[in-house]
Design a protein around this ligand. Structure first.
Ligand code: FUB
Length: 446
């Protein structure tokens, strides 16, 4: 029996999927997303924030004891492959230091090298804080075997690895400044002096470097505290170790004050994406963060267009899954709000709240598929008898459903036939067509 329970728990971890917009992972905190394209999937190697307690970590500060890896083939359904490295299975890590900070991973010759910064056992003796280690696997999801010692001559956090077109690998990291050095072919040792990348803003913390190359230009991207909290900036050079010219801002500071941001940038199926984090599930404590992604585009001269964070995020939403309207694309100027479903358990997610006649919510790229769907189901709660319309393309576009919502003080599921069966990919408009207040948890089509 015990064997059976252990097996079931194992399967639950391995098969656990998150079907999400932003944030991408909905059942645990995740931060510092290093996204990589391996084969036909995107893998994300994030930090794993937990809430420190008296027994675990330092209360009121970052606490991280392990790393998970997540992957997706469609940028919508993320599979949690489970824990790949944990603090107390790495020989050189100070036990129970809860400081498994922002990692990165890269593939070379069929092996996957996972780089992670944390507190070494000798930290008290030499007082130098973090160092960076490597764990190696034959597959992107592991199993990863940690190297017995950290990388020599590296002190700092936020490792990032880049392999240039000529095969030369580079390690970048931070610790006040941003540093870079060549890596040996074995990916485990430095192969040059450490260079301080000194052409970046001299004032304000810089950390979390992420390097990529596009059309012969090397983009060094990094969070920087220009004002009070971090924003994402970039510099461009023609050599992986610089010199670099500071170009501007990729993403502004968090509007709600999340102090850190940490990112990565990838191209997948001819579209570029920015992965970053925000404290969505923990609005009052910004050391418990959640990873997000939005599309990133370049101007013709290679400069980056500023990315405006969205809740809708990336990826196509399957019409047959529960569509979380609170992750909307756009809203009418008034008559709308978003609340947590349950403030005692924020991982239950949010609800969309309509409070005015004609208030509308736009939700883009919903895939109905080839076989027309002709029913809709909503999980809703309403203080009065109310009406919700579903339209296509614009707030007064083709009407596909008019759903009568009965007054009920609890959430109920309400079914309605579609006036026009739907197929293909559609942008939905959900429009309130009565006075009163309607709370929508989700809707789905059949
Ligand atoms: O997650 C801990 C630290 O916060 C990271 O190492 C930094 O980049 C910042 O995101």
């Amino acid at each position: 029996m015990l064997k059976y329970i252990v097996l079931c728990l194992g399967l639950m971890i391995i098969l656990n999927q998150a079907s999400a917009q932003n944030p991408l992972i909905n059942n645990q905190y995740t931060a510092d997303p290093s996204a990589r394209v391996f084969g036909d999937r995107v893998y994300i190697y994030p930090s794993h924030d937990i809430i420190a307690t008296k027994e675990k970590g330092r209360q009121g500060w970052f606490a991280m004891e392990d790393y998970h890896v997540f992957s997706s083939a469609n940028l919508t359904d993320w599979k949690d492959h489970g824990v790949i490295v944990t603090q107390n299975n790495v020989p050189w890590v100070k036990p129970n230091s809860y400081s498994m900070w922002a990692p990165d991973c890269i593939e070379r010759n069929g092996k996957y090298y996972f780089y992670f910064p944390t507190t070494p056992k000798d930290t008290v003796a030499n007082g130098k804080g973090f160092t960076i280690g490597v764990a190696v696997a034959n597959k992107p999801e592991g199993p990863f075997i940690p190297e017995p010692t950290p990388i020599k001559n590296v002190r700092g956090i936020d490792p990032n690895v880049f392999i240039d077109k000529d095969g030369q690998a580079y390690l970048y990291w931070s610790g006040g400044n941003i540093y870079g050095a060549k890596l040996k072919e074995n990916m485990l040792e430095l192969d040059s002096e450490v260079k301080t990348l000194g052409d970046l803003p001299s004032k304000g913390l810089k950390e979390g470097p992420y390097m990529f190359e596009r059309n012969g230009l090397y983009y060094l991207t990094y969070p920087h505290v220009e004002n009070k909290i971090e924003r994402l900036e970039y510099a461009i050079g023609t050599n992986p170790l610089g010199p670099f010219k500071v170009m501007g801002v990729i993403m502004d500071e968090s509007a709600t004050g999340c102090w850190t941001n940490h990112h990565s940038i990838i191209e997948f199926k001819k579209q570029w994406y920015l992965f970053y984090h925000h404290n969505d599930y923990s609005p009052n404590f910004d050391k418990a963060r959640s990873i997000r992604a939005d599309s990133l585009t370049f101007n013709a001269d290679g400069t980056i267009k500023k990315v405006i964070p969205t809740l809708r995020g990336i990826g196509i939403t399957d019409a047959k899954k529960t569509i979380q309207l609170d992750r909307y694309s756009q809203l009418s100027p008034k008559g709308f709000g978003i609340d947590f479903l349950d403030t005692a358990d924020r991982f239950k997610g949010w609800k969309a709240v309509f409070t005015e006649n004609n208030a509308w919510l736009q939700y883009n790229t919903v895939a109905f598929g080839n076989k027309p769907l002709n029913k809709v189901k909503l999980r809703v709660k309403s203080a009065n008898n109310t009406v919700i319309q579903i339209r296509i393309g614009k707030p007064d576009g083709a009407l596909i459903a008019e759903v009568k919502i009965p007054q009920n003080e609890n959430f109920v599921e309400v079914n309605s036939a579609l006036l026009k069966p739907q197929s293909g990919i559609q942008n939905l408009f959900i429009v309130m067509k009565s006075k009163g207040r309607v709370e929508v948890d989700w809707l789905t089509f059949r």
